[in-house]
Every structure is written in C-alpha cells, then in structure tokens.
Ligand binder design. Structure first.
Ligand code: OGA
Ligand code: MN
Length: 287
C-alpha cells in the first residue's frame, strides 16, 4: 500500500517507524487507519510524535486495533476514570530498577498474549528511559536453515511468575503495595504453552516466540537441552541488527505489534517518567 494520508519514516532496517501528518485526537477515516495498521504490520513498532490526547481519546484510538484487555492483572495501577489504562510511573522515590525489566513480550505467560500495546508518553526524563524493540520475524529469518529446522514444531512454557515472582521481585509483594491480587492470581496460575516458532496471523510471517523474561522451558526436552537452547536463543535475540531503540519525547504515542516482537525498557533514570498504557486482547498463538 502506498501511503497517502501519513508520512512514514523507517528508523532501522529491522523495525520502527516515526509517523507524521496525523492527529490521533480526531476520528480517523478508514483510509487513515488502514495505513496506520499497514505501517504497524510492516514496521512492528510505530511512533507518533506530538500527540495531545485525553485518556478517552487514547482509548478510542486503541479500540481501532481491538478490545482492550479487561482488568489486565499487571501490578500496575489503573487510571480511575479509564480502567483500560495502566499507569506506569517512576521517579526517585519509586525508581524503575525496582521492576528490573527484562526482554519480554507482553502477557506471553497467558493463553492469549496481548495483540498489541498502545503506550503514551506523558512525561519523559531529560535522559534515559529509552525502549528497545526487536522484530522476531527478522530474527527468525536470519537463523540458519539447520537451526530453523531444529526449532520447527517445538513448544515452550511461558511463566509470568518468573519475572513477577516473589523470588525475583519481593518488593512487589509487600502488602502495602496493594498487590494481593497478584498473590491470589498465583494460586490458580498455569504457565501457557506456545509454539517456539509462531506464524503471524495477519502477515503469515514466521518468527521466534520466546522471551527471556517468561519462557521457562521447552516441552519434551531434557532440562539441560532446554536450558542450553533457550540460553542460545535469548543471547541471539540481543543482536542489535534486529532492534530499534526509541528515544522518547513527551507526547510520543507508540504502538507495537506484540505478536512477533520483544521489548526492553531501560531503567537508567530516576527522573519522573509517566506512561499511559493500553494492551489489546490477542488470540491463541499458532505455529
Ligand atoms: C510496556 C512496557 C515499556 C516502557 O508498556 O509493556 O514494557 O518503555 N513498557 O515503558
Ligand atoms: Mn511490556
């Protein structure tokens, strides 16, 4: 599709684009939305600069992509008026290293991982707090034929308690943090089983679908084989050529396709950083 209503600047060969020429506070025409959607599929992550949106307007835009996940259990505080919005807020009192980000795919530890995420930068520190994203289809395509054949048909367990578990983040489980619901969830939680090579439901492209944060082990493999293979993949997925690192400005709005991507939020700042996040419901991944 040739873009007629938006201006798309590609940010790295693997992924990322800055989109200009559009005001997301307005109702979008179908043509405008189709072009935005096309850019998202093509670039994995797209960022709109200088957006001035109310929470309702952010929700309305997010809804063009699908239904927001209801009451997503995330440990993040919810916006009072718009429960679809997670408030990600850090500063010197509540520094981001407390959450120790790792490479991850949103909600991969659930049966239906998030389809996409709409993240609005309300306040960005003068330096630090970039986000890196990885195109997992590009990573898959760069594997050798032999490695692709080896991975074909494998499935892996994704465990949300790995990054959010009491062993890793005890501070999240202090009663006064209001995270009792996380403890309650843990009691009933079963790790999700997903294909290691996932086919994107819209583009038909294949990509890797493992992440360092949550992917715990590969089914039907000896523990040592699984650890060895996953360690290799996690290391491989750090290859800079598969990435786009976004340096945020206040009023940027990013959308990423969570179906074949990883991201990592740097925690190299203590100045105030405030993001409003909406996650869109996804489907069961298939091979
Ligand atoms: C997220 C996330 C990245 C960031 O919103 O899912 O990982 O840069 N945030 O805040
Ligand atoms: Mn995330």
């Amino acid at each position: 599709m040739a873009y007629e209503t938006i201006n798309v600047t590609e940010m790295s060969p693997a992924c990322g684009a800055i989109i200009e020429g559009i005001d997301l506070s307005q109702d979008l025409t179908n043509r405008q939305f189709d072009e935005i959607h096309e850019a998202l599929l093509d670039r994995t992550v797209i960022v709109f600069r200088d957006q001035d949106l109310t929470p309702d307007q952010q929700v309305a835009f997010a809804r063009r992509f699908g239904e927001p996940q209801p009451a997503a259990v995330s440990g993040f505080e919810k916006s009072k008026d718009n429960p679809e919005i997670d408030i990600l807020e850090y500063d010197v009192e509540n520094p981001p290293h407390v959450t120790r980000d790792l490479w991850h795919t949103d909600f991969a530890g659930t049966e239906r991982p998030t389809m996409g995420t709409v993240l609005y930068a309300k306040d960005i520190p003068p330096r630090g707090g970039d986000t890196v994203r990885v195109n997992m289809a590009a990573a898959y395509e760069a594997l050798s034929d032999r490695m692709r054949a080896h991975l074909e048909g494998l499935e892996a367990y994704h465990d949300s308690n790995q990054p959010y578990g009491v062993h890793v983040r005890p501070e999240m489980y202090e009663a006064d943090k209001g995270t009792d619901h996380l403890l309650e969830e843990r009691k009933h939680y079963i790790p999700a089983l997903h294909p290691v090579i996932r086919t994107h439901p819209v583009t038909g492209k294949k990509g890797l679908f493992v992440n360092e944060s949550m992917t715990a082990f590969i089914k039907d493999m000896d523990r040592r084989e699984s650890d060895f293979l996953l360690r290799y993949l996690f290391d491989y997925l750090r290859t800079p050529e598969f990435q786009y690192r976004h340096k945020w400005k206040t009023n940027d709005l990013a959308v990423w396709d969570n179906r074949l991507s990883l991201h990592y939020a740097l925690f190299d700042y203590t100045d105030h950083r405030l993001m409003h996040r909406i996650v869109i419901q996804g489907a069961v991944p298939h091979a």
